[in-house]
Design a protein around this ligand. Sequence first.
Ligand code: MN
Length: 135
Amino acid sequence: MSDILIVEDNPVNQKLIAFLLARAGYTYEVAENGLVALERLRAAPYHLVLMDMMMPVMNGFDAVRAIRADAKLRHLPVIALTANALKGEDEKCRAAGCDAYIAKPYSKEQVLKAIAKMLPASPAAGGGRGAGGGA
Ligand code: MN
């Protein structure tokens, strides 16, 4: 199993986030849209989801609503990643069911801080997890 599911359609952003997480010692997998994410989440346990909101096939808003409507997934922490700091976007993400919100372009520190807040034990805190690659 992996710590984090990255849900992001943009290949460059996928690589950036994956690199950041791997360097911080988290394991991860990547889903390219909300529909693939739901399949992954229903097939294996994850501790947290980093969710891009604008994606083809199924966007982040619909994916988070589906997560919150699923008895097995409803408590899963979801951090929204949005393309820009649009006014009201934070509220929109939270209304859909996201626990936290990060606007792009985000700093490495922003992302790691948001994750550390949600995960009970980060690898840096000595959680004992191996610093494996992922996907
Ligand atoms: Mn996108």
